[in-house]
Design a binder for this molecule. Structure first.
Ligand SMILES: Cc1cc2nc3c(=O)[nH]c(=O)nc-3n(C[C@H](O)[C@H](O)[C@H](O)COP(=O)(O)OP(=O)(O)OC[C@H]3O[C@@H](n4cnc5c(N)ncnc54)[C@H](O)[C@@H]3O)c2cc1C
Ligand code: SF4
Length: 330
């Protein structure tokens, strides 16, 4: 491991100042991803600015929204009573990820910023455009079972590994950030990038910008929501395909509103806008759910080892929505 300096800060301004004046500095959350990457020499920051003493607030506001501090641990968010009541899909998504020990360490901001689990990214003997821009991509003709079926590019077919972010995408969360040029707010669905020709750029965050909080706007029907994750093992495995969804069905059985996001299928948490648009006004039946899933996956493209994900995603969308609408009627 390359030598690095370490500083623990207690306010946002000091974190931003240290990151600006120390070349090669990185913010450190729970370290569950960054330290692994440093051990593998994939990342070699010259300085770590420990931001775990910054805001851990989990605030339930009177208007139904919530504000979650960047340093709030994944375990605390998943266990919070207001999160479980207002946004059960978020609690379930977090609990579907990693292990209890990792969730105890992992922070909200770190979860957003965690890097892909593409095997070739972690193997410095492999060609990888994300690690080494212009080098090529060994996943495209390699073992690509866990890779993207939506929004991929000839430069990179990696997926974003987070479960939590899939729920946040469905809930239309906002990311609050602060940097040398001031504070701003981004929609989570715009925060992560598709790979295009620059897979090394994974988010819209500028160098040195600090995530300070996540805000979840009110969504009255979010109590009627579910997270479903399909993976190779029952625990301690990343999603092959996951679905976060919330459904609002009227008394006549018509879908009034719906939110759907997919994980394990793209370089970013994938908000299923086409499926949502297809569903509004339709009867809440399995046929409607399947048709919406077909609409969302219309442009999906599979490779040698991951083409199965296209049908899998359609089935998981259909089953998740059918499960929620069944619960709503029960
Ligand atoms: C064995 C294993 C299994 C896992 N399984 C799953 C799984 O099934 N599902 C899942 O979703 N996740 C899984 N994870 C990933 C885990 O959720 C992430 O490692 C964790 O969320 C990262 O959070 P952290 O606080 O430890 O981040 P760190 O490792 O500390 O940092 C990660 C990145 O975030 C940046 N960062 C941290 N805080 C800030 C900030 N405030 N502003 C800007 N940037 C910041 C860091 O600079 C770094 O780039 C797994 C991890 C392991 C090791
Ligand atoms: S898919 Fe992306 S992360 Fe994986 S080897 Fe190719 S360029 Fe690297």
């Amino acid at each position: 491991m390359t030598p690095f300096s370490y500083a623990r800060v207690t306010d946002n301004a000091e974190a931003i100042r240290l990151a600006r004046v120390t070349p090669g500095a990185r913010y450190l959350g729970g370290g569950t991803n960054l330290i692994d990457l440093m051990r593998e020499t994939i990342e070699q920051p010259a300085a770590l600015v420990d931001v775990t003493a910054l805001s851990r607030t989990i605030e339930a506001r009177a208007d139904g929204s919530m504000l979650i501090g960047a340093a709030a641990r994944n375990t605390a968010v998943a266990a919070d009573r207001a999160v479980r009541e207002r946004f059960p899909v978020l609690s379930r998504a977090i609990l579907a990820g990693a292990s209890a020990q990792i969730r105890n360490m992992a922070t909200t901001a770190g979860n957003l910023m965690q890097r892909t689990r593409c095997y070739y990214f972690y193997d410095d003997a492999a060609r990888c455009n994300k690690r080494d821009p212009g080098a090529g991509c060994d996943a495209i003709d390699g073992f690509n079972r866990i890779h993207a079926i939506l929004g991929a590019s000839p430069a990179c077919i990696a997926t974003h590994p987070s479960d939590m972010c899939v729920a946040l995408a469905a809930l239309d969360a906002r990311v609050h950030a602060e940097g040398p040029n001031g504070a701003r707010t981004l929609r989570l669905v715009d925060f992560h990038r598709l790979p295009g020709g620059r897979p090394d750029l994974e988010t819209e965050l500028a160098p040195g910008e600090l995530i300070t909080a996540i805000e979840i706007p009110p969504l009255p029907f979010a109590g009627n929501s579910m997270y479903r994750k399909v993976r190779d093992r029952a625990s301690y495995a990343f999603a092959l395909v996951s679905v976060a969804a919330a459904l609002d069905v009227g008394p006549d059985g018509t879908i009034r509103d719906v939110r759907i996001a997919l994980g394990g299928v793209a370089h970013k948490p994938w908000r299923a806008f086409a499926a949502e648009a297809a569903l509004r006004g339709l009867p809440a039946t399995e046929a409607s759910f399947r048709a919406a899933a077909e609409a969302e996956l219309k442009d999906a493209a599979g490779l040698r080892h991951n083409a199965f994900k296209i049908e899998l995603a359609k089935r998981v969308i259909t089953a998740t929505l059918a499960g929620i609408s069944g619960d709503a009627r029960a």
